[in-house]
Write a protein that binds this ligand. Structure first.
Ligand code: ADP
Ligand code: TRP
Length: 319
Protein backbone atom coordinates (compact mmCIF):
# COMPACT_ATOMS: atom_id res chain seq x y z
CA UNK A 1 0.00 0.00 0.00
CA UNK A 2 3.00 2.37 0.02
CA UNK A 3 1.93 4.54 -2.85
CA UNK A 4 3.66 7.92 -2.67
CA UNK A 5 0.18 9.46 -2.35
CA UNK A 6 -0.52 12.09 0.32
CA UNK A 7 -1.55 10.49 3.59
CA UNK A 8 -4.99 11.00 5.08
CA UNK A 9 -5.60 10.29 8.77
CA UNK A 10 -8.79 10.55 10.74
CA UNK A 11 -10.33 9.08 13.86
CA UNK A 12 -13.63 9.02 15.67
CA UNK A 13 -14.22 8.28 19.33
CA UNK A 14 -16.49 5.34 20.05
CA UNK A 15 -18.44 7.26 22.66
CA UNK A 16 -22.03 7.23 21.54
CA UNK A 17 -24.60 5.95 19.14
CA UNK A 18 -23.68 7.50 15.85
CA UNK A 19 -25.92 10.24 14.59
CA UNK A 20 -26.33 11.88 11.22
CA UNK A 21 -24.24 14.84 12.44
CA UNK A 22 -21.25 12.49 12.79
CA UNK A 23 -21.98 11.09 9.36
CA UNK A 24 -22.53 14.30 7.40
CA UNK A 25 -20.03 16.26 9.47
CA UNK A 26 -17.14 13.83 9.31
CA UNK A 27 -17.59 10.22 8.29
CA UNK A 28 -19.07 10.76 4.84
CA UNK A 29 -16.17 12.96 3.76
CA UNK A 30 -13.71 10.44 5.11
CA UNK A 31 -15.27 7.72 3.01
CA UNK A 32 -15.48 9.93 -0.08
CA UNK A 33 -11.85 10.91 0.25
CA UNK A 34 -10.81 7.29 0.69
CA UNK A 35 -12.87 6.31 -2.34
CA UNK A 36 -11.34 9.09 -4.44
CA UNK A 37 -8.14 7.02 -4.53
CA UNK A 38 -6.06 10.18 -4.18
CA UNK A 39 -4.77 9.41 -0.71
CA UNK A 40 -3.11 6.76 1.37
CA UNK A 41 -5.78 6.53 4.08
CA UNK A 42 -5.61 5.59 7.76
CA UNK A 43 -8.88 5.64 9.70
CA UNK A 44 -9.03 4.60 13.32
CA UNK A 45 -11.28 4.14 16.30
CA UNK A 46 -9.96 6.57 18.92
CA UNK A 47 -10.59 4.30 21.91
CA UNK A 48 -7.86 5.83 24.08
CA UNK A 49 -9.35 9.27 23.52
CA UNK A 50 -12.71 7.83 24.48
CA UNK A 51 -11.30 6.47 27.74
CA UNK A 52 -11.42 10.03 29.05
CA UNK A 53 -15.19 9.86 29.21
CA UNK A 54 -16.08 6.18 28.94
CA UNK A 55 -14.74 4.06 31.77
CA UNK A 56 -16.69 0.86 31.44
CA UNK A 57 -15.01 -2.15 29.84
CA UNK A 58 -18.12 -3.67 28.35
CA UNK A 59 -19.26 -0.43 26.86
CA UNK A 60 -15.79 0.25 25.47
CA UNK A 61 -15.72 -3.15 23.76
CA UNK A 62 -19.21 -2.86 22.35
CA UNK A 63 -18.92 0.69 21.08
CA UNK A 64 -15.49 0.16 19.56
CA UNK A 65 -16.90 -2.73 17.60
CA UNK A 66 -19.97 -0.80 16.59
CA UNK A 67 -17.86 2.03 15.26
CA UNK A 68 -15.69 -0.30 13.21
CA UNK A 69 -18.87 -1.88 11.80
CA UNK A 70 -20.24 1.56 11.08
CA UNK A 71 -17.21 2.50 9.01
CA UNK A 72 -17.49 -0.69 7.01
CA UNK A 73 -21.25 -0.19 6.63
CA UNK A 74 -20.92 3.35 5.31
CA UNK A 75 -18.55 2.18 2.62
CA UNK A 76 -14.96 1.77 3.79
CA UNK A 77 -13.28 -1.18 2.16
CA UNK A 78 -10.53 -2.68 4.34
CA UNK A 79 -8.55 -3.40 1.20
CA UNK A 80 -8.40 0.32 0.43
CA UNK A 81 -7.88 1.75 3.88
CA UNK A 82 -5.95 0.94 7.02
CA UNK A 83 -8.79 0.67 9.54
CA UNK A 84 -7.57 0.10 13.09
CA UNK A 85 -8.01 0.63 16.81
CA UNK A 86 -5.81 3.33 18.33
CA UNK A 87 -5.04 1.12 21.37
CA UNK A 88 -3.72 -1.61 19.06
CA UNK A 89 -0.83 0.64 18.08
CA UNK A 90 1.34 1.56 21.12
CA UNK A 91 3.28 4.20 19.17
CA UNK A 92 0.36 6.62 19.66
CA UNK A 93 0.69 6.80 23.44
CA UNK A 94 4.48 6.61 23.31
CA UNK A 95 4.70 9.60 21.01
CA UNK A 96 2.08 11.41 23.08
CA UNK A 97 4.45 11.21 26.06
CA UNK A 98 7.30 12.65 24.06
CA UNK A 99 5.06 15.53 22.97
CA UNK A 100 3.98 16.09 26.59
CA UNK A 101 7.58 16.82 27.46
CA UNK A 102 7.78 19.52 24.79
CA UNK A 103 4.42 21.13 25.39
CA UNK A 104 3.75 23.80 27.97
CA UNK A 105 0.74 23.99 30.26
CA UNK A 106 -0.27 27.53 29.18
CA UNK A 107 -0.33 26.39 25.58
CA UNK A 108 -2.67 23.49 26.37
CA UNK A 109 -4.77 25.75 28.57
CA UNK A 110 -5.72 27.71 25.45
CA UNK A 111 -7.52 24.69 23.94
CA UNK A 112 -11.27 25.32 23.42
CA UNK A 113 -12.21 21.92 24.79
CA UNK A 114 -10.24 22.56 27.98
CA UNK A 115 -11.57 26.08 28.40
CA UNK A 116 -15.16 24.89 27.91
CA UNK A 117 -14.74 22.14 30.48
CA UNK A 118 -13.22 24.61 32.92
CA UNK A 119 -15.92 27.19 32.34
CA UNK A 120 -18.47 24.53 33.24
CA UNK A 121 -16.51 23.71 36.39
CA UNK A 122 -16.06 20.14 35.24
CA UNK A 123 -13.44 17.96 36.84
CA UNK A 124 -10.71 17.76 34.22
CA UNK A 125 -8.46 14.71 34.03
CA UNK A 126 -4.88 14.93 32.83
CA UNK A 127 -6.06 12.85 29.87
CA UNK A 128 -8.55 15.51 28.84
CA UNK A 129 -5.97 18.21 29.32
CA UNK A 130 -3.50 16.29 27.14
CA UNK A 131 -6.08 15.30 24.56
CA UNK A 132 -4.53 17.49 21.83
CA UNK A 133 -1.14 15.82 22.28
CA UNK A 134 -2.51 12.31 21.78
CA UNK A 135 -4.32 13.60 18.74
CA UNK A 136 -1.14 15.22 17.45
CA UNK A 137 0.57 11.85 17.80
CA UNK A 138 -2.28 10.13 15.90
CA UNK A 139 -1.78 12.49 13.02
CA UNK A 140 1.97 12.95 12.92
CA UNK A 141 2.91 9.27 13.18
CA UNK A 142 1.64 8.72 9.66
CA UNK A 143 2.87 11.96 8.05
CA UNK A 144 -0.74 12.94 7.46
CA UNK A 145 -1.20 15.86 5.09
CA UNK A 146 -4.98 15.77 5.07
CA UNK A 147 -7.05 15.36 8.23
CA UNK A 148 -10.79 15.38 7.51
CA UNK A 149 -12.73 16.47 10.61
CA UNK A 150 -15.71 18.56 11.65
CA UNK A 151 -15.20 22.28 12.16
CA UNK A 152 -15.00 21.83 15.94
CA UNK A 153 -11.76 19.90 15.52
CA UNK A 154 -9.89 22.58 13.62
CA UNK A 155 -7.98 23.82 16.64
CA UNK A 156 -6.73 20.32 17.33
CA UNK A 157 -5.17 20.15 13.90
CA UNK A 158 -3.47 23.46 14.58
CA UNK A 159 -2.07 21.95 17.77
CA UNK A 160 -0.72 19.06 15.73
CA UNK A 161 0.90 21.49 13.28
CA UNK A 162 2.48 23.53 16.06
CA UNK A 163 3.70 20.39 17.78
CA UNK A 164 5.28 19.06 14.58
CA UNK A 165 7.06 22.37 14.10
CA UNK A 166 8.17 22.56 17.71
CA UNK A 167 9.57 19.03 17.64
CA UNK A 168 11.40 19.69 14.38
CA UNK A 169 12.81 22.94 15.70
CA UNK A 170 13.82 21.56 19.08
CA UNK A 171 15.64 18.56 17.65
CA UNK A 172 16.82 20.24 14.44
CA UNK A 173 15.15 17.62 12.32
CA UNK A 174 12.42 17.25 9.73
CA UNK A 175 10.89 14.08 11.17
CA UNK A 176 7.34 15.48 11.20
CA UNK A 177 5.25 16.91 8.43
CA UNK A 178 2.73 19.63 9.47
CA UNK A 179 -0.85 18.55 8.54
CA UNK A 180 -3.81 20.51 7.15
CA UNK A 181 -7.42 20.28 8.31
CA UNK A 182 -9.96 19.29 5.68
CA UNK A 183 -13.35 20.76 6.48
CA UNK A 184 -16.27 20.55 4.11
CA UNK A 185 -17.94 23.95 4.44
CA UNK A 186 -21.58 23.19 3.64
CA UNK A 187 -21.84 20.32 6.10
CA UNK A 188 -19.70 21.99 8.72
CA UNK A 189 -22.36 21.98 11.42
CA UNK A 190 -25.40 19.71 11.24
CA UNK A 191 -28.19 21.08 13.45
CA UNK A 192 -30.03 18.80 15.85
CA UNK A 193 -33.75 18.44 16.46
CA UNK A 194 -33.67 21.55 18.67
CA UNK A 195 -31.74 23.68 16.16
CA UNK A 196 -28.49 23.64 18.18
CA UNK A 197 -25.52 21.67 16.87
CA UNK A 198 -26.48 18.00 16.74
CA UNK A 199 -24.61 16.28 19.54
CA UNK A 200 -25.14 13.23 21.68
CA UNK A 201 -24.51 15.40 24.70
CA UNK A 202 -27.53 17.60 23.88
CA UNK A 203 -29.97 14.72 23.33
CA UNK A 204 -31.02 16.23 20.00
CA UNK A 205 -29.79 13.57 17.60
CA UNK A 206 -31.16 11.70 14.63
CA UNK A 207 -29.59 8.21 14.77
CA UNK A 208 -27.53 6.99 11.84
CA UNK A 209 -28.48 3.33 12.10
CA UNK A 210 -31.84 3.73 13.76
CA UNK A 211 -34.93 1.86 12.60
CA UNK A 212 -37.46 3.75 10.55
CA UNK A 213 -39.56 4.20 13.67
CA UNK A 214 -36.65 5.74 15.53
CA UNK A 215 -35.99 8.05 12.61
CA UNK A 216 -39.63 9.07 12.51
CA UNK A 217 -39.70 9.78 16.21
CA UNK A 218 -36.59 11.97 16.03
CA UNK A 219 -37.84 13.89 12.98
CA UNK A 220 -41.25 14.49 14.54
CA UNK A 221 -39.50 16.02 17.54
CA UNK A 222 -37.71 18.66 15.44
CA UNK A 223 -38.56 22.03 16.91
CA UNK A 224 -40.36 24.25 14.40
CA UNK A 225 -40.61 27.97 14.61
CA UNK A 226 -44.03 29.23 13.57
CA UNK A 227 -42.83 32.74 12.74
CA UNK A 228 -41.12 31.90 9.44
CA UNK A 229 -42.53 30.54 6.18
CA UNK A 230 -40.28 27.56 6.22
CA UNK A 231 -39.40 25.33 9.19
CA UNK A 232 -35.68 26.05 9.11
CA UNK A 233 -34.65 23.22 11.40
CA UNK A 234 -36.43 20.68 9.18
CA UNK A 235 -35.08 22.26 5.99
CA UNK A 236 -31.48 22.31 7.25
CA UNK A 237 -31.53 18.56 7.79
CA UNK A 238 -33.53 17.87 4.66
CA UNK A 239 -30.99 19.57 2.45
CA UNK A 240 -28.41 16.98 3.48
CA UNK A 241 -30.33 14.29 1.60
CA UNK A 242 -32.18 16.15 -1.16
CA UNK A 243 -31.05 18.51 -3.92
CA UNK A 244 -31.86 22.20 -3.57
CA UNK A 245 -34.21 22.39 -6.56
CA UNK A 246 -36.44 19.50 -5.47
CA UNK A 247 -36.30 20.70 -1.93
CA UNK A 248 -37.34 24.28 -2.66
CA UNK A 249 -40.26 23.00 -4.76
CA UNK A 250 -41.36 20.72 -1.95
CA UNK A 251 -41.17 23.48 0.67
CA UNK A 252 -42.97 25.93 -1.62
CA UNK A 253 -45.83 23.47 -2.23
CA UNK A 254 -46.17 22.68 1.45
CA UNK A 255 -45.89 26.11 2.97
CA UNK A 256 -46.95 26.07 6.57
CA UNK A 257 -47.67 22.33 6.46
CA UNK A 258 -44.95 21.26 8.85
CA UNK A 259 -46.37 17.78 9.31
CA UNK A 260 -46.18 16.98 5.58
CA UNK A 261 -42.65 18.36 5.41
CA UNK A 262 -41.54 16.24 8.33
CA UNK A 263 -43.12 13.18 6.75
CA UNK A 264 -41.25 13.90 3.53
CA UNK A 265 -38.03 14.23 5.52
CA UNK A 266 -38.62 10.86 7.20
CA UNK A 267 -39.15 9.29 3.79
CA UNK A 268 -36.05 10.86 2.25
CA UNK A 269 -33.83 10.15 5.22
CA UNK A 270 -34.99 6.56 5.40
CA UNK A 271 -34.34 6.09 1.70
CA UNK A 272 -30.87 7.54 2.09
CA UNK A 273 -29.93 5.56 5.20
CA UNK A 274 -31.55 2.17 4.46
CA UNK A 275 -28.67 0.66 2.42
CA UNK A 276 -26.13 1.52 5.12
CA UNK A 277 -28.41 0.13 7.79
CA UNK A 278 -28.71 -3.13 5.84
CA UNK A 279 -24.93 -3.47 5.57
CA UNK A 280 -24.59 -2.78 9.28
CA UNK A 281 -27.10 -5.51 10.09
CA UNK A 282 -25.22 -7.94 7.84
CA UNK A 283 -21.95 -7.18 9.68
CA UNK A 284 -23.60 -7.79 13.02
CA UNK A 285 -24.19 -11.33 11.82
CA UNK A 286 -20.61 -11.74 10.58
CA UNK A 287 -18.28 -10.73 13.44
CA UNK A 288 -15.27 -12.36 11.75
CA UNK A 289 -15.35 -9.75 8.98
CA UNK A 290 -14.83 -6.94 11.49
CA UNK A 291 -12.11 -8.86 13.38
CA UNK A 292 -10.24 -9.52 10.14
CA UNK A 293 -10.41 -5.90 9.04
CA UNK A 294 -9.10 -4.66 12.40
CA UNK A 295 -6.32 -7.27 12.55
CA UNK A 296 -5.13 -6.28 9.14
CA UNK A 297 -5.30 -2.59 10.03
CA UNK A 298 -3.35 -3.19 13.24
CA UNK A 299 -0.44 -4.79 11.38
CA UNK A 300 -0.31 -2.07 8.73
CA UNK A 301 -0.56 0.77 11.25
CA UNK A 302 2.10 -0.81 13.49
CA UNK A 303 4.48 -1.16 10.58
CA UNK A 304 4.17 2.46 9.46
CA UNK A 305 4.13 4.03 12.93
CA UNK A 306 6.96 1.76 14.10
CA UNK A 307 9.19 3.14 11.40
CA UNK A 308 8.34 6.70 12.33
CA UNK A 309 9.10 5.96 15.99
CA UNK A 310 12.58 4.77 15.04
CA UNK A 311 13.26 8.16 13.49
CA UNK A 312 11.76 9.91 16.52
CA UNK A 313 13.91 7.93 18.95
CA UNK A 314 17.02 8.74 16.97
CA UNK A 315 16.06 12.42 16.82
CA UNK A 316 15.61 12.71 20.60
CA UNK A 317 18.68 10.64 21.40
CA UNK A 318 17.24 7.55 23.06
CA UNK A 319 18.39 5.41 20.16
P1 ADP B 1 -20.90 14.54 19.56
O1 ADP B 1 -20.96 16.04 19.41
O2 ADP B 1 -22.20 13.90 19.26
O3 ADP B 1 -20.32 14.16 20.89
P2 ADP B 1 -18.33 13.84 18.54
O4 ADP B 1 -17.74 14.98 19.28
O5 ADP B 1 -18.01 12.46 18.98
O6 ADP B 1 -19.91 14.03 18.45
O7 ADP B 1 -17.95 14.02 17.01
C1 ADP B 1 -17.34 13.07 16.17
C2 ADP B 1 -17.09 13.72 14.83
O8 ADP B 1 -18.33 14.08 14.22
C3 ADP B 1 -16.26 15.00 14.90
O9 ADP B 1 -15.34 15.06 13.81
C4 ADP B 1 -17.27 16.10 14.80
O10 ADP B 1 -16.74 17.24 14.24
C5 ADP B 1 -18.35 15.47 13.93
N1 ADP B 1 -19.66 16.00 14.31
C6 ADP B 1 -20.36 15.70 15.42
N2 ADP B 1 -21.53 16.37 15.46
C7 ADP B 1 -21.56 17.14 14.35
C8 ADP B 1 -22.50 18.08 13.83
N3 ADP B 1 -23.64 18.35 14.44
N4 ADP B 1 -22.21 18.68 12.66
C9 ADP B 1 -21.07 18.40 12.02
N5 ADP B 1 -20.14 17.53 12.45
C10 ADP B 1 -20.36 16.91 13.61
N1 TRP C 1 -10.79 14.41 18.44
C1 TRP C 1 -11.51 13.82 17.34
C2 TRP C 1 -13.01 14.01 17.59
O1 TRP C 1 -13.43 14.24 18.69
C3 TRP C 1 -11.21 12.37 17.16
C4 TRP C 1 -9.77 12.14 16.81
C5 TRP C 1 -8.82 11.60 17.63
C6 TRP C 1 -9.13 12.45 15.58
N2 TRP C 1 -7.64 11.55 16.96
C7 TRP C 1 -7.79 12.06 15.73
C8 TRP C 1 -9.58 13.01 14.38
C9 TRP C 1 -6.85 12.25 14.70
C10 TRP C 1 -8.63 13.19 13.37
C11 TRP C 1 -7.30 12.81 13.52
O2 TRP C 1 -13.75 13.90 16.65
Amino acid sequence: MDSGKPVLVSGVKPTGDLHIGNYFGAMRQQVELVKSGKYRPFIFVADYHALNSMQDAQEMRRRTRELAMAYLAIGLDPQEVTLFKQSDVPAHTELCWIFDTLTTMPYLMRAHAYKDAEAKNKEISVGIFNYPMLMAADILLYDAEVVPVGADQKQHIEYARDTAEKFNRTFATDVFKPPEPYILPEAAVVPGTDGQKMSKSYGNVIPLFGTRDELAKAVMSIVTDSSGERPENVYAIHKLVKGKKDLDGLYENNRGNYKALKEALIEDLDHFLAPMRARYEALEKDPGAVDDALARGREEARAVSGKKMEAVRRAIGVA
